[in-house]
Structure formats: structure tokens, C-alpha cells
Write a protein of this length. Structure first.
Length: 254
């Protein structure tokens, strides 16, 4: 397959090149990734400054396009300008840190896959709980194998897969669980500090959810030592509510 690889951690991130190694043996791979870390930028795109790219070499031999924009920018530019032939698959990752629950809404990794799905290209976002590059090679090999299965199954237009790995070597993972996105709200907090000029600033943080009451939630699957795979739709319409509201008349004036 022709595969476009991207991420939100920057073009030098180990997880990206683990994917490159796993996919390049059997596929035609193009890397288009941010020139620096762009974590938690969501589905932002660049409108008020130029988008530039540079051909760079990583580890002396591997090459890719480094873009001064967001992950969504990278996919847009890759599809429209940088690839001579459109890809058959876009893979975003491997993100060091799970993208489950409400974090799916903030993740640049997930947004890149969503951008591809919006354009009609099958896509996967791939993340792992482990920080750094621990176990990313196992995750990358699984992602490549999964991609071949996905090609055979097909995905509906506008749907992509959000894949998350537990922090374990492959021989300790219990299996794969098809999961739904968790919707629990994390406890959020801001740490208030003062800089040397006595100006107030804040560090934002949150407490991750560790307990789940249903096993089919993405975070629960990870906690049970399963790989979590969640199909996500770009169409955010609440059709149940739409049907209910469609039966109600809304006057033009009070």
C-alpha cells in the first residue's frame, strides 16, 4: 500500500520511525510530520501564517517532510501537495501516552487520522501508554498487520480506528478488545505559581481515570491488558436527539 505516516510529537519522535520501520518493508511509505512537538493541539489548522515544509534526514538515511504546522495541516498538505499519488492509508503515531476517553478530543494524533478519514482515506491513530519508546516496535508491527486486515475489511467513509496499547511487551498482552470511547470527565486542576517578576501563571493538569464500571470502554480494555481498538466517526451528529427534536416546532419569533 501507499502509506502516509504522521504524528503530533514531531518528525524526530521514536514512535514515528518505529512505524516507518514496520511499514516500509512491504509498503511505499511517505512521512509528513510536524517539525516540532504539537501534542494536544486537537484538530487545529493553520490559517494566519504560511505553512512551510522541509525535506530532512533522520538518523542519516531516513527522510521525510517536516512541516511547521499542526498534525491536521500535515495530512492536508500531504494529500494535496506532497504526495504524487494519494495514499491508501494514513497512520498517525505512535503516541507515547494513551489517547482514550475525553483525551480523544484534544489529541493531535487522533486529529490527524480524523483529517484523513474526512478526506475519504482509511486511517488509524496509534498510541501506547508507555512513555518514550518502550514497546513501540511491538506496537508498530501490530499496526502494520492490522492495516492489512483493515484493507480487506474496508472502513466506512468518515470512520477511522483509534488503537491503544497497554504498557506491556506483546507476549504479555491478553488480546484485542473492540471498545467504545469513554466519556468520563477527569478531575482537572491548575497549579498556581508566580514567576520571578511576581506575575501569576498556571500549570494545567488532570487526574487520569483508573476505574471503569464497564469492560467495553477503551480505558478499561487497557487496564485489563488488552489492545483497545475504537472505531470513531467524523460525523458528530446525535441522531437519536435529532429524531426527537425533529418532532418539535421552533417558532421564528418568541
Amino acid at each position: 500500500m501507499r502509506v502516509l505516516l504522521t504524528n503530533d510529537d514531531g518528525i524526530h519522535a521514536p514512535g514515528l520511525w518505529a512505524l516507518h520501520q514496520a511499514f516500509s518493508a512491504r509498503h511505499q511509505v511517505t512521512v509528513v510530520a510536524p517539525d516540532r512537538e504539537r501534542s494536544a493541539v486537537g484538530h487545529g489548522i493553520t490559517l494566519h501564517q504560511p505553512i512551510r515544509f522541509e525535506n530532512i534526514r533522520v538518523n542519516g538515511s531516513l527522510g521525510g517532510f517536516a512541516v511547521n504546522g499542526t498534525p491536521a495541516d500535515c495530512v492536508k498538505l500531504g494529500l494535496a501537495e506532497l504526495m504524487d499519488t494519494p495514499p491508501e492509508l494514513v497512520v498517525s503515531g505512535i503516541n507515547p501516552g494513551a489517547n482514550v476517553g475525553i483525551n480523544v478530543n484534544y489529541s493531535g494524533t487522533v486529529a490527524a487520522a480524523k483529517e484523513a478519514a474526512m478526506a475519504g482515506v482509511p486511517a488509524m491513530a496509534v498510541s501506547i501508554i508507555a512513555p518514550g519508546d518502550r514497546h513501540v516496535d511491538d506496537a508498530a508491527r501490530f499496526a502494520e498487520s492490522l492495516s492489512l486486515q483493515v484493507k480487506g475489511w474496508g472502513l466506512p467513509r468518515g470512520t477511522f480506528l483509534n488503537v491503544n496499547f497497554p504498557d506491556l511487551p506483546m507476549n504479555e498482552i491478553r488480546g484485542v478488545r473492540w471498545s467504545r470511547q469513554g466519556t468520563g470527565i477527569f478531575a482537572q486542576h491548575f497549579e498556581k505559581r508566580r514567576d520571578p517578576r511576581d506575575r501569576i501563571y498556571y500549570w494545567q493538569g488532570c487526574d487520569g481515570q483508573t476505574a471503569y464500571d464497564q469492560s467495553d470502554i477503551d480505558g478499561a480494555a487497557l487496564g485489563d491488558r488488552y489492545i483497545s481498538i475504537t472505531p470513531i466517526k467524523c460525523d458528530m451528529t446525535d441522531y437519536d436527539t435529532l429524531r426527537e427534536l425533529s418532532r418539535r416546532d421552533v417558532p421564528l419569533t418568541p
